[in-house]
Each structure stands twice: as C-alpha cells, then as structure tokens.
Write a protein that binds this ligand. Structure first.
Ligand SMILES: Nc1nc2c(ncn2[C@@H]2O[C@H](COP(=O)(O)OP(=O)(O)O)[C@@H](O)[C@H]2O)c(=O)[nH]1
Ligand SMILES: [Mg+2]
Length: 290
C-alpha cells in the first residue's frame, strides 16, 4: 500500500468500471457483489460500477437490480438491440468525462477484483493498463479449451502482422485507461464486435498514449457467449476493416461498403459504425511520450 510520509493512506483516483453484459443472468450476480464489496473495502477513491446490457433476452436486468438493491452502488445502461460487446463499451465509455479512470471487465468474473485493482496500481506513468494471460508471470486458474487457445494465438499473429502493437494478449477482458485518453480516442471507436479491444488499443497507441501490458490473474468460466466459428470470422473481418480504415485506401474502397455491411449481417454480428465525418483521426495528445 502506498503511504504518505505522515502515514495517511494515499487517495486513489476515481474509478468507473464498466461490465458489458449479454444474457448474463446465470453469471453476473456474484461478480457484481464481489466487485462492489471488494472496492468498497479496499479502494481509497470513488468507485462506480456500471453494467451495460446489450440485447439481453433473459433476466440479466432483474439480476443486476437485485444485486444493486442488496449491496448498492450499481448502475446500469440498457440497450435492447444486440449492439455487441464493442457497441456496449463504446456507449459505456461515453461516461469517461465523469471520472478519472475508466475500465472494463467481463461479466463472468474471469478477472477477480484484486487483479483489476493491480492494474490500477500500475497506472502511474501510463495512460492505459491491460491484463494479459500470455506473459510468463500470468496466473491462470482454469485455462480456455484448446481450440479457443489455438484460435487466440492465430488471431494474435494476425493482429501483430496487421498492427505491430507488440501486445501479447489484446483480448483479455480487463483494461483500464485515463479519462483524457478515452475522451481523445472515443470518436475513433467503431468496432462493435469482440475485436473492439484491437480498435481501442490501436487508437491509443496511434495517438501516442502509453499502454502497459501486465501479467494478470484469470480463470476461464463456463457459459462463454462466444461461438468460435462465427466470432472468429467476424473478428477477422473487423481487424481487416480496421487496418483499411487506417490505410490510404479506405476512401477508394467506398463502393465495397454495402458488401461489408452484408457480411456482418450474414455473420449475425453487429456491424461496425462508419467513420465519423469522413476522415476524422486521433491527434497526438499534448505532452504524450512516443
Ligand atoms: N459474445 C458476446 N459477448 C458479449 C456481447 N455483449 C456483451 N458481451 C460480454 O462480453 C464479455 C465476454 O464474454 P464471454 O462469453 O465471457 O467471453 P469468453 O470468456 O472470452 O468466452 C461478457 O461480459 C459478455 O456478457 C455480445 O454481443 N457477444
Ligand atoms: Mg468469459
């Protein structure tokens, strides 16, 4: 614990934690209670937890409301349409101006609260800290099924080949960033599906923000909402699309845009949002390193 010379515990920044939820009635209840209880007891700064429900057709909202009544301190945003994990986070990240740090974790409790707290403790000197399951010191409980791990490594190679971000695990659901960084890149967040994290990290790095990848604690939970085949194809489409958005060819490819939309619909995935007013790009933040 960081302590002032006088011995008083140092205050931590205000934190707003988003939890995207898609039909999570079976998994989210205990996770909400654990997070609220942990952060109330251990975090020395303001803490808000906001669940972003997207396209839920089960009782997720009732479960969230019951947890809110029981432990307090839980808010929610509800989008009846299936806007995707990325779509839900794009909406949730609009709350950045209301806090100092804004982050997200999955609804299934794969990341325990203390592991998320560790990311925050490492924020000094960085604009974004992300949990990683693929570093030597990562602590994995239950690992993902073999097929998922294989798909994850192939996806990683593709992402590295296309974006050169040098991040081993872009897909771990635990990330936290400074308000200023999120505000700056928010207009460039257009990926609604599970490739959202690539969009988020690439825009941060491109704008000169400092991203730290840290080994984390993580355990696979049953009840994954991911259908491997479809999700992989959608994510592949999304990263190619993202690469093209940041290439000189994007405007030349305008005639292919209806095809892009058709492909997302065929895959049953939330379509990417069009780039706002044609050519808006992140600009480097003032005083940012590298
Ligand atoms: N697959 C999927 N997950 C979503 C969607 N919207 C929000 N999520 C959330 O994304 C998080 C990750 O999903 P999960 O099934 O745990 O993924 P996995 O652990 O990687 O298999 C959970 O919090 C989901 O509720 C969506 O449209 N599809
Ligand atoms: Mg999960």
């Amino acid at each position: 614990m960081a302590v002032h010379p006088q011995g008083a515990p140092e205050r931590e920044p205000q934190l707003l934690l988003l939890i995207p939820a898609y039909n999570e009635e079976a998994r989210i209840g205990p996770v909400l209670r654990d997070y609220v209880r942990y952060f109330r007891a251990e975090y020395r700064g303001g803490f808000r937890l906001v669940v972003v429900l997207n396209g839920c057709h089960d009782r997720t909202l009732d479960v969230v409301k019951a947890a809110a009544e029981e432990v307090g301190g839980i808010e929610w945003l509800e989008f009846p349409a299936p806007i995707g994990k990325g779509g839900a986070l794009i909406e949730g990240l609009r709350l950045a101006p209301q806090t100092d740090l804004i982050g997200y974790v999955d609804a299934d409790g794969a990341t325990p609260p203390r592991a998320f707290h560790d990311l925050i403790r490492n924020m000094p000197g960085y604009d974004c800290v992300i949990g990683s399951r693929w570093l030597a010191a990562s602590k994995l409980g239950e690992v993902q099924p073999f097929k998922r791990r294989l798909a994850s490594r192939i996806f990683h190679l593709l992402v590295q080949g296309l974006f050169w971000m040098n991040i081993r695990d872009t897909q771990c659901g635990a990330k936290v960033a400074r308000r200023e960084a999120v505000e700056r890149i928010h207009p460039d967040l257009r990926t609604a599906d599970l490739a959202f994290d690539i969009n988020f990290l690439y825009c941060l790095q491109r704008a000169g923000f400092r991203v730290l990848e840290l080994p984390t604690e993580w355990t696979d939970k049953i009840g994954s909402k991911i259908r491997l085949g479809r999700s992989s194809l959608t994510m592949f489409l999304s990263i190619v699309r993202l690469r093209l958005v940041y290439s000189p060819f994007y405007n030349l490819l305008a005639p292919l845009r209806p095809l892009e939309e058709w492909l997302y619909i065929k895959l049953g995935a939330p379509p990417a949002l069009p780039r706002p007013d044609g050519a808006r790009r992140s600009t480097p933040p003032r005083g940012a390193a590298g």
